[in-house]
Design a protein. Structure first.
Length: 359
């Protein structure tokens, strides 16, 4: 845990100046930790429920030394325009808290079934995904050249599969000719001496591998499309992992983009192909993919949205959320009630008004 590492570092530091403080938490220094237990728990690859819970701070030996202070005002909602009804804002803030505390819905074990109010969920059965996209990105084609339009809009989904479906759907709306970029995939030299059947690693096999944080073998783009950067390239230029961009030019060796978020908003830069090595612990081998470190990002996973404040959010749930706090995180990204729409689908892809909440 990072706070336990900090504790040891401060104790070692204080041992130089004051030996008596080496036995005190954080070397006797006051340390302020910020967090929200209603949000998503730490991700432990292939971890059990016990592994995940023990990785939280309240399972640490330091927890008994902590003094818990609670915040009660939703500052994100206060950031919205002043014309928002104060009573409505307070009711919405309380409803979000009730979702996070599992105070609403019929509870069964660690899950509850909650009803989304009529003004928040999409009911139309005629192409409901299109209606969700229209809410999150109204007049998309008319605004695709305005980088400010994309700064605080997105569609959230629980799984990468759902995110891809939304991104592929929005990509079809753009009328311009698409350009397809294929990666070059090879195994890393470090793996070539290991006791692994090398004949398995044919190009077709490597091309099919999909990992979080790594672009797919096939990257399809059009001018005006929103993308997200998957690697740190230049921190001075604001080109960091997670930076959102708008595609301007599609060449064979570089892609011209405009920076949408973080620093240097509005700057036009060029993104080259890069040699990218996966760090996915789920793979028993390492391989290198030479590809543009980009992926379409009209939609993103709920986990990726933690910490963001957004003006328009469409929540797409063809499948229910699965980890602790995921629904709470998705619903609490917005600055006002009118900024949120939820599309929940049943097994027959028909909209419904209830969904699962995991706490």
């Amino acid at each position: 845990m990072c706070f336990e590492v900090l504790d040891r570092a401060l104790r070692d530091l204080m041992s130089v100046t004051d030996q008596h403080k080496t036995h005190q938490p954080f070397g006797g220094k006051v340390v302020v930790l910020g967090g929200d237990f209603k949000q998503i728990l730490p991700v432990i690859p292939k971890g059990s429920r016990h592994d995940i819970l023990t990785s939280a701070i309240n399972s640490s030996y330091l927890w008994s030394f902590c003094n818990v202070l609670k915040l009660h005002t939703n500052m994100r909602l206060l950031m919205s325009s002043s014309d928002q009804d104060e009573g409505e804002m307070k009711r919405f803030a309380n409803w979000i808290l009730d979702v996070g505390n599992e105070n609403i819905g019929s509870v069964v074990g660690d899950e509850s079934e909650i009803e989304i109010t009529d003004d928040l969920f999409i009911t139309t059965t005629d192409d409901p995904l299109s209606h969700l996209v229209d809410f999150a990105y109204p007049n998309l084609l008319q605004n695709m050249s305005d980088y400010r339009y994309f700064q605080s809009r997105t569609i959230l989904a629980a799984t990468l599969e759902s995110v891809k479906k939304v991104n592929d759907f929005v990509l079809t709306i753009f009328p311009r000719m698409e350009k397809e970029y294929l990666s070059s995939d090879t195994t890393c030299q470090a793996d070539e001496n290991e006791d692994v059947q090398q004949e398995w690693f044919i190009p077709e096999f490597l091309n099919d591998v999909k990992c979080l944080g790594l672009p797919n073998h096939k990257l399809t783009l059009k001018p005006g499309v929103a993308v997200i950067l998957l690697r740190n390239i230049d921190q001075i230029l604001g080109l960091c992992n997670g930076t959102r961009l708008i595609v301007n030019e599609l060449s064979s060796n570089v892609i011209g983009v405009t920076v949408v978020t973080d620093r240097n908003i509005g700057d036009k830069v060029y993104i080259p192909r890069m040699n990218l090595i996966t760090s996915d612990l789920g793979l028993t081998f390492k391989f290198q993919r030479r590809q543009f470190p980009l992926t379409v990002c009209f939609a993103m996973t709920i986990n990726e949205s933690q910490g963001q404040s957004l003006s328009h959010v469409g929540l797409y749930l063809p499948k229910s959320v699965f980890p602790h706090g995921q629904l709470y995180v998705a619903l609490s990204r917005v600055k006002s009630r009118s900024s949120l729409r939820v599309l929940i689908l049943d097994e027959d892809d028909n909209p419904k008004s209830s969904t699962t909440n995991v706490i």
